[in-house]
Design a protein around this ligand. Structure first.
Ligand code: F6P
Length: 544
């Protein structure tokens, strides 16, 4: 299907007109107009209840956004992804993370070959390895079982594993230690190995390319630490495994490729937590729980692929994001999980959303004349309430919020959970409806204080309610956001699966490293600021 540029799609012009009408309509009014709104503007699917009624929309807004989706070829693009078309156009790659969670027996083709059996072969090898580590059958170099697992990776090779470990900690082996090293800042490594015995430590070097500066630097440091601890070069064999697509580099590093778990170039880094990159997760929670997580992902994949758009969770969330980003000019989205175990979820989502949709040209390379990729940020509730919520409630910016909550807690402690959930509902209510001048005055507020105590309201939010945090519900939640990102990227016509924006900094760092390390005064040819900073740093470090 040929798709017109975004601004030329008929629904775009209609939405612009419609926005003029909607920008002054208050949520108070929308709720007063329809007493059933809170029960109508909800969708329940794949174990997720989404209440989107507290958004600044009407039925007409939704119709227009759905028309925009149709005119953007969303259906065709979804089909193209599942069919294995090379929709990552700038890298000429298929985008098949959905195959990572397809059940045995399913068929998903890549270049004419069904990849699902390969996916399951790797999963089976991971499971066998995870079982050996968990049971103590796999022994370290000195014959001791492994009690500590350290994942070394960065970006998608770190954020997914660390987020999933934290999220599923309740299901994890409490007698084992799991740590994650990502930063090239040596402190990250130094702290990760604090108090650990080399003889009981396994390093998983996770890197799709196995060339990433941070990861390879940390991997070499880990090898030195291990060899120093055990006094034998040969010790690495039982203490290092790799997760990568690059067998050659893995072998070059000195890891036997028999201890390598592979994945494929059709899995993007930020879409890889359910591939072998999830090995640390699998060791932590066990193969059955890992498979349950994949089941949750798959449920959402199927929902996304088959549900009509007006009842399709990721499509609706993606369209709402477009509405605020492109028509209201909202620049950010706050993700607010009211679940302590999801404390790393906002950080995980930052890579997923911003590396995917932070783009400035269409997939044909044409410069965009509209905004893409809002900034995602957040903290677990209720902590944020005593920090940045002030700005969301009374600041001058419009910040749509996603509230995420679970009906059941994994740690029933007194009245805590009802109190937590009361805060979710209170916050969304306060944001939407605020407090009027009359209400503030009726509380006996002196006139001069009224403006300060006023809550304008009309601040939109989604409430995403799930049953309880489990491997399956985590899978559903992550897939929900993955496909929402896809929906937005399709409408913006950007390549959500490349990341050229990270290259320049990497290149320049490679050039600067020798300039910092050289014992001779280097000839610098940067701009005057960069030159001066390099000189200043050399001088400062020289002075100890
Ligand atoms: O930051 C860029 C990036 O390529 C991410 O997309 C990726 O997740 C990360 O680096 C790590 O890459 P690798 O797994 O190849 O080490």
């Amino acid at each position: 299907m040929t798709v017109a540029p975004l601004r030329k799609r008929p629904a775009w012009a209609s939405l612009e007109q419609h926005h003029k009408k909607m920008q002054d309509v208050h949520l108070r009014q929308l709720f007063a107009d329809d007493a059933g709104r809170g029960e109508k503007m909800v969708v329940e699917a794949a174990g997720i209840y989404l209440d989107y009624s507290k958004n600044r929309i009407t039925g007409e807004t939704l119709d227009l956004l759905l028309q925009l989706a149709a005119q953007s070829g969303l259906r065709e693009h979804i089909d193209a992804m599942f069919r294995g078309d090379k929709i990552n156009v700038s890298e000429k790659r298929s985008v098949l993370h959905v195959a990572l969670r397809a059940p045995k027996g399913a068929t998903i083709l890549h270049d004419g070959k069904n990849v699902v059996p390969d996916v399951h072969a790797v999963l089976d090898r991971m499971a066998a390895f995870a079982d050996r580590i968990r049971s103590g059958d796999w022994k370290g170099h000195t014959g001791k079982p492994i009690r500590n697992v350290i994942n070394i990776g960065i970006g998608g090779s770190d954020l997914g594993p660390v987020m999933a470990y934290e999220a599923l900690r309740h299901y994890s082996r409490r007698d084992m230690t799991f740590r994650f090293v990502s930063n090239v800042d040596g402190t990250d490594f130094a702290e990760a190995v604090q108090g650990l015995e080399a003889a009981e430590t396994l390093f998983i070097v996770s890197s799709k390319t196995f060339t990433t500066l941070e990861t390879m630097t940390n991997a070499h440091t880990a090898r030195d630490w291990l060899v120093a601890g055990l006094g034998d070069q040969a010790a690495t064999a039982k203490h290092f495994v790799a997760v990568s697509t690059n067998a050659q580099e893995v072998a070059k590093f000195g890891i036997d490729t028999a201890n390598m778990f592979g994945f494929w170039d059709w899995v993007g880094g930020r879409y890889s937590m359910d591939s072998a990159i999830g090995l640390s997760t699998m060791i932590a929670v066990g193969p059955d729980n890992f498979r349950a997580m994949l089941g949750g992902f798959h449920e959402m994949d199927e929902h996304f692929r088959t549900a009509p758009f007006e009842r399709n969770l990721p499509v609706l969330m993606g369209l709402l994001s477009i509405w605020y980003n492109d028509f209201f000019g909202a620049q950010t989205v706050a993700v607010l999980p009211y679940e302590q175990y999801l404390k790393r979820f906002p950080a995980y989502l930052q890579q997923l959303t911003m590396e995917s949709n932070g783009k400035h040209v269409t997939w044909d390379g044409v410069a965009l004349d509209y905004d893409t990729g809002p900034i995602y940020w957040g903290e677990p509730g209720t902590n944020g309430q005593h920090s940045f919520y002030q700005l969301i409630h009374q600041g001058t910016r419009l910040i749509p919020c996603d509230f995420i909550a679970f009906a059941h807690t994994l740690n029933k402690v007194g009245r805590h959970h009802d109190m937590l959930l009361a805060n979710v509902f209170a916050q969304t209510e306060a944001l939407a409806f605020g407090k009027t001048v009359e209400q503030v005055k009726a509380e006996g507020t002196p006139d001069w204080l009224v403006p300060h105590r006023l809550f304008a309201g009309n601040r939109p939010s989604n409430t995403i309610l799930l049953d309880r945090l489990s491997p399956a519900s985590l899978g559903r939640l992550v897939a929900l956001y993955e496909h929402s990102v896809f929906t937005q990227g399709t409408i913006w016509q950007v390549d959500s699966f490349d990341q050229w924006g990270v290259e320049l900094g990497k290149e320049l760092a490679q050039r600067i490293i020798p300039e910092l390390e050289s014992t001779q005064e280097p000839k610098l040819a940067h701009d005057s600021s960069t030159n001066a900073l390099i000189r200043r740093y050399r001088k400062m470090k020289g002075s100890g």
